[in-house]
Design a protein around this ligand. Structure first.
Ligand SMILES: [Zn+2]
Length: 531
């Protein structure tokens, strides 16, 4: 982008550029989002940065008005650069909180010099600078939005001590952390705290919930009143989260039990991945063209925990959705540890790789799970337990696919499905999927693959759109009076959040698919539903 284009974006406060760059104002030393309501700076005072961390490394402090920590997608990175992307994701998840750059580099399969060089070249910051900015911005959000105690804020945002937190905060932001407190810190008895996770619009929350609701792990996850909830175990930390959509403010509201505060960065990163919050729907829609058909808010459903999702998918192979759910529930009761939560139906933690790997095969058979499926589950558990496979991060997607396919019961379809949901690989495409073949009106996987060529590098989104075309229409077919369908209380997909959706988009959601490929019946839905 040229200088005058950046400037034009801030003059018009164009929301499309929010999170894509930040503007540092040399006369004030403050950096802002392009949408900031403060008085517009003169061009000669502006310096533009792609990342908040780069603005901070250049000595700018975050604006207290537009709050850079609430910009969507902190790292607008070319998805082709897997190493940078993987490093940013790992740092966002707190990889530099307990570990050092050397360990991070090793987990990504490169030397730390190489990692530093790549990050500096692509982002203009070192791994440490990136981590520091992320910690400070998270602390800033928690100070402003929650009543957590100062020490909880420090640890939750990844600082190793209150002293270091105070020192870095004052040095960088030239203000005492306590000055940002909106509410007095109180009640250590509070059992949860909440924070915001921004996204780019349009964002189709309903479709994500409906996708997840068909693939629940009963006892571990639930969806109620438009809220997604689940139990969580990360390392030795256990607790629960609840997520809901605040569509008016373009954020998800994440409520976290205080027991998970030490791993808050990781929890936030996982929720972002689960709901695909870093996606750039406009870019994707313009690339996919007609396929989008009014559903430009669709996201690729991710995974909160790669191992858990993999097990759920294996259990679902070649059986109906309801049978898969039954087996998942039995598996949870048998192998998952129980946990207390405020929600009566959230009773268990997901079975760990260790519990499944060391179980006797007869224990699976007693649950009605076939021997072949049990073998597949146990091999996956063993591979994760020994570290032969990582379901957290994949720098080389080809290597990850090959490792997965080496396991029993993991074919090409499953490997691509995992790449899509676990590794968030935007170009994954399970081309032999029955639903995808149906939607493309062909029986030949090779033909589907050829058709998908033009959707690169967003084929995972293309797959989601193809599956969408198979769903039952969300409103009655035939001539429909839009206003009536919008206010009808009987529709199960309706939620209290819907009226806040942008008008055009809401209409696209509510009306039957217009023209083109039409919506088959329940049977096709079931076909791609077993995934
Ligand atoms: Zn500002």
């Amino acid at each position: 982008m040229e200088l005058h284009q950046y400037y034009q974006a801030i003059v018009t406060r164009d929301r499309r550029f929010d999170g894509r760059f930040f503007v540092g104002v040399k006369s004030t030393g403050i950096y802002c989002r392009p949408i900031c309501r403060s008085r517009r700076p003169l061009l000669k005072h502006c310096e533009f940065f792609r990342l908040a961390a780069a603005a901070e490394a250049a000595g700018f402090r975050p604006c207290l008005r537009c709050r850079p920590e609430l910009a969507p997608g902190q790292a607008p990175i070319d998805s082709a650069d897997r190493l940078t992307l993987a490093a940013v994701k790992q740092i966002e998840a707190g990889a530099l909180t307990d570990g050092n750059v050397g360990n991070l580099a090793q987990s990504l399969g490169v030397s730390d010099r190489h990692l530093r060089r790549v990050l500096l070249a692509n982002l203009g910051v070192t791994p440490i600078q990136l981590a520091q900015t992320q910690r400070l911005l998270l602390a800033k959000q928690l100070l402003t939005d929650t009543n957590l105690s100062m020490i909880d804020v420090a640890f939750a945002s990844g600082f190793s001590s209150l002293r270091r937190f105070n020192a870095l905060f004052r040095q960088r932001y030239r203000i005492a952390p306590s000055r940002l407190r909106a509410k007095p810190s109180k009640n250590r008895e509070d059992t949860s705290c909440s924070c915001r996770l921004p996204y780019r619009t349009p964002f189709d929350w309903e479709s994500l919930l409906s996708f997840f609701s068909r693939r629940m792990f009963a006892g571990i996850e639930e969806i109620e009143n438009g809220q997604y909830r689940r139990t969580v175990q990360i390392g030795k930390h256990q607790g629960w989260i609840a997520v809901e959509n605040d569509s008016a403010n373009h954020v998800l509201r994440l409520e976290v039990s205080v027991t998970l505060l030490p791993v808050l960065m990781d929890v936030r990163a996982r929720v972002r991945r689960l709901f695909d919050l870093d996606a750039d729907p406009e870019t994707i829609a313009s690339h996919l063209g007609d396929l989008v058909n009014g559903h430009s808010g669709l996201r690729v459903p991710g995974a909160f925990d790669g191992f858990e999702m993999a097990i759920r998918a294996i259990l679902g192979q070649q059986i109906s959705v309801s049978a898969a759910s039954t087996f998942a529930a039995r598996l949870t009761r048998k192998f998952g540890k129980s946990i207390q939560t405020p929600f009566p139906d959230l009773t268990h933690l997901a079975p760990t790789a260790k519990a499944l790997a060391t179980a006797d095969v007869d224990e699976f058979l007693s649950l009605g799970i076939t021997r072949a499926r049990a073998k597949s589950v146990q091999s996956m558990a063993q591979a994760v337990l020994t570290g032969a496979i990582s379901l957290d991060v994949a720098v080389s997607i080809e290597t990850a696919l090959n490792q997965l396919k080496a396991l029993p019961g993991i074919g090409d379809w499953t490997a691509h499905y995992f790449a899509m949901r676990i590794f968030g690989w935007p170009d994954a495409f399970p081309h032999s999927d029955l639903g995808i073949l149906k939607a493309l009106n062909t029986t030949k996987p090779r033909e589907a693959l050829a058709r998908a060529e033009s959707w690169r590098p967003w084929r995972a989104y293309a797959a989601i759109h193809l599956w969408k075309t198979l769903e039952k229409p969300v409103a009655p077919t035939g001539p429909t009076e839009p206003r009536r369908s919008r206010t009808s209380p009987a529709k199960p997909w309706r939620s209290r959040n819907l009226p806040n959706v942008k008008p055009n988009y809401a209409r696209a959601l509510l009306l039957p698919n217009r023209g083109g490929r039409q919506i088959a019946g329940r049977r096709q839905l079931a076909a791609s539903d077993t995934n």
